[in-house]
Design a protein around this ligand. Structure first.
Ligand code: UDX
Length: 437
C-alpha cells in the first residue's frame, strides 16, 4: 500500500520506518529541509536503538522515502497519517493543535484523489471531528475519510513496541477507513495482535486514558515507597506482591524520582484540562500531575537532607540526566528540576549521562561540570545522585566509586544498587522505599 507520514518527528519517523518494514511504500514528509536532507543521507535526528538500520534497510529497498514536497508526498496515497507535534499550549495546559489543523488543511488542498486521513498525533477528544470539518471545508469535492490511530510506543523501545504491540486501536467512521487501516496492520495478524476498532472519539479517549492510568500507577507506587521508608517496608516486595494480582499487573510499579518524558507530563495535563472543560473533572489525574511535580522538587530536598541539611560549597555528582535510559530526550526530566534547585542551594555540580547532548547542557545550570564517564563525574564529590538507570551504572563497582569520591553519601533514586554492597563499600546509602540495612 502507498501511505504518507506527515512529520518526521519521533512518532512519524518510527511509524514510517516500521510501516515500510511491513512492506508498504511510505513517504515521510517534513517541512524542515535540513531534517529531510539528513534523513536522505542516512542520518537519524533522534536517538532510538535499531532505528538507523531500519531506516537504512528500507531506504535501500526503496520502500521508504523522504521529502519536503507535499504534492509528491500525498499523490496516490491510500492513507495519510498526521504525526505532527501537539505541545502543551502556553498558559493553560491544553494540547496545542495548531500543527495538526494546519497539516490537515494543507494535506486536503494537496490531495488529487480520495484518501483516509489518519491522526496519529496524541490529540484531545473531539479533534477528529474538527479535522473532519477542516478537510470538508477545504475539499468539498473529495471523499476524505478521517480516522484516529493512536500510537503507544515508548522511547528506547519504539520499534519493538510498534512491531509487537499489545493492541492496535483504530477510530473510524466509515467501512473504507476501517478496511484500509486493517490492511495496513495485516502483518500483525500473524502474531494475533488484537485490533480495537471503535469510534474516533473513543480511540482518542483510549490514548489519554492509557497514559493517565500508567502515570497514576507510577505516582501511586512512588507515594507508597515514601510510606514504606517510614514504616520499614520494602516497596519492591510490595510492588511484586500487588502486581502478581492479574487485576493490577506488575509493570509500571517501579518507584523513582517522578515520571518525565514527552508524553506523560503533557498528556496527563491535557487530559485533566479536557475533564475540567466538560465539567467532569478527572480528580485522580489532577492529583497525579500535582504529586509528580512536587516529587521532582522533593528529590532535591532529599539530596540536601542526606548531605546534612546544607549543600553550600559541596560537590554533588549526578549520574543520568535524561528522563529514562536509552534515549537522549531531556523533556520534563527530573534532572531539569533537581539540578537547578541544588545549584541554587549552593552545590557545585558535576554530571555524566551516556547520551549527553548539547541540548541537555543548554537546559541545565551553566555551572555544571560534565565528565566523560561516571567515575569522572564522581571524582572528588561529596555525594553521588543517580537519577537515570542507565545499564552501565548498574555495573559500577562500589569500591571504585568510593575511591573516586571525597565523601560517602549516595542517593540512588532508581534503586539500581544493592544496599548491602553499598554499605559494605562504606557508603551512607539512600534509596527509595527500601528499609535501611
Ligand atoms: C510513554 C508510554 O509508555 C507510551 O505508551 C506512550 O506512547 C508515550 O509515553 P515513554 O514516555 O517513552 O512512553 O516512556 P516510559 O517508559 O513509559 O516512561 C515514562 C516515565 O515514567 C519515565 O520518566 C520513567 O522513568 C518513568 N517510570 C516508568 C517510572 O518512574 N516507573 C515505572 O515503573 C515506569
Amino acid at each position: 500500500m502507498r501511505i504518507t507520514m506527515i512529520g518526521a518527528g519521533y512518532v512519524g519517523l518510527v511509524s514510517g520506518a516500521c510501516f515500510a518494514e511491513f512492506g508498504h511504500d511510505v513517504i515521510v514528509l517534513d517541512k524542515d529541509p535540513a531534517k529531510i536532507e539528513a534523513l536522505q543521507a542516512g542520518r537519524i535526528p533522534i536517538y532510538e536503538p535499531g532505528l538507523e538500520k531500519l531506516v537504512a534497510d528500507n531506504v535501500h529497498d526503496r520502500r521508504l522515502h523522504f521529502t519536503t514536497d507535499l504534492a509528491e508526498a500525498v499523490g496516490g496515497a491510500e492513507a495519510v497519517f498526521l504525526a505532527v507535534g501537539t505541545p502543551t499550549r502556553r498558559g493553560d495546559g491544553h494540547a496545542d493543535l495548531t500543527y495538526v489543523f494546519a497539516a490537515a488543511e494543507e494535506v486536503a488542498r494537496a490531495l488529487t484523489g480520495p484518501t483516509v486521513l489518519v491522526t496519529k498525533s496524541t490529540v484531545p477528544v473531539g479533534t477528529g471531528a474538527q479535522v473532519r470539518e477542516i478537510v470538508r471545508r477545504a475539499r468539498p469535492d473529495l471523499t476524505i475519510d478521517v480516522a484516529s490511530n493512536p500510537e503507544f510506543l515508548r522511547e528506547g523501545n519504539a520499534i519493538g513496541d510498534f512491531m509487537r504491540p499489545d493492541r492496535v486501536v483504530i477510530g473510524v467512521e466509515s467501512e473504507r477507513a476501517e478496511a484500509v487501516l486493517k490492511r495496513l496492520y495485516r502483518p500483525l495478524y500473524l502474531i494475533e495482535t488484537p485490533v480495537v476498532a471503535t469510534a474516533i472519539e473513543t480511540a482518542e479517549m483510549i490514548k489519554y486514558a492509557a497514559n493517565a492510568f500508567l502515570a497514576m500507577k507510577i505516582t501511586f507506587i512512588n507515594e507508597v515507597a515514601d510510606l514504606c521508608e517510614k514504616v520499614g517496608a520494602d516497596v519492591h516486595d510490595v510492588a511484586r506482591g500487588i502486581g502478581l494480582d492479574g487485576r493490577i499487573g506488575r509493570k509500571f510499579l517501579h518507584p523513582g524520582p517522578g515520571y518525565g518524558g514527552s508524553c506523560f507530563p503533557k498528556d496527563t495535563l491535557a487530559f485533566a484540562r479536557t475533564g475540567q472543560d466538560y465539567g467532569r473533572p478527572l480528580r485522580l489525574v489532577e492529583a497525579t500531575v500535582a504529586v509528580n511535580e512536587a516529587r521532582k522538587e522533593a528529590m532535591a530536598a532529599r539530596v540536601i537532607e542526606a548531605c546534612g541539611g546544607d549543600v553550600a560549597g559541596k560537590t554533588i555528582a549526578v549520574l543520568g540526566l535524561t528522563f529514562k535510559p536509552e534515549t537522549d530526550d531531556m523533556r520534563e526530566s527530573p534532572s531539569l528540576t533537581v539540578l537547578p534547585l541544588l545549584a541554587a542551594a549552593g552545590a557545585k555540580l558535576a554530571a555524566f549521562d551516556p547520551a549527553m547532548s548539547e541540548f541537555a547542557r543548554q537546559s541545565l545550570p551553566a555551572s555544571v561540570r560534565y565528565a566523560g564517564n561516571a567515575l569522572g563525574a564522581a571524582e572528588g564529590a561529596d555525594a553521588v545522585v543517580l537519577l537515570t538507570e542507565w545499564n552501565e551504572f548498574r555495573a559500577l563497582s562500589p569500591q571504585k566509586l568510593k575511591a573516586a569520591m571525597r565523601g560517602d553519601v549516595v542517593l540512588d533514586l532508581r534503586n539500581v544498587w544493592d544496599p548491602v554492597a553499598m554499605r559494605e563499600a562504606g557508603f551512607r546509602y539512600h534509596s527509595i522505599g527500601r528499609p535501611k540495612v
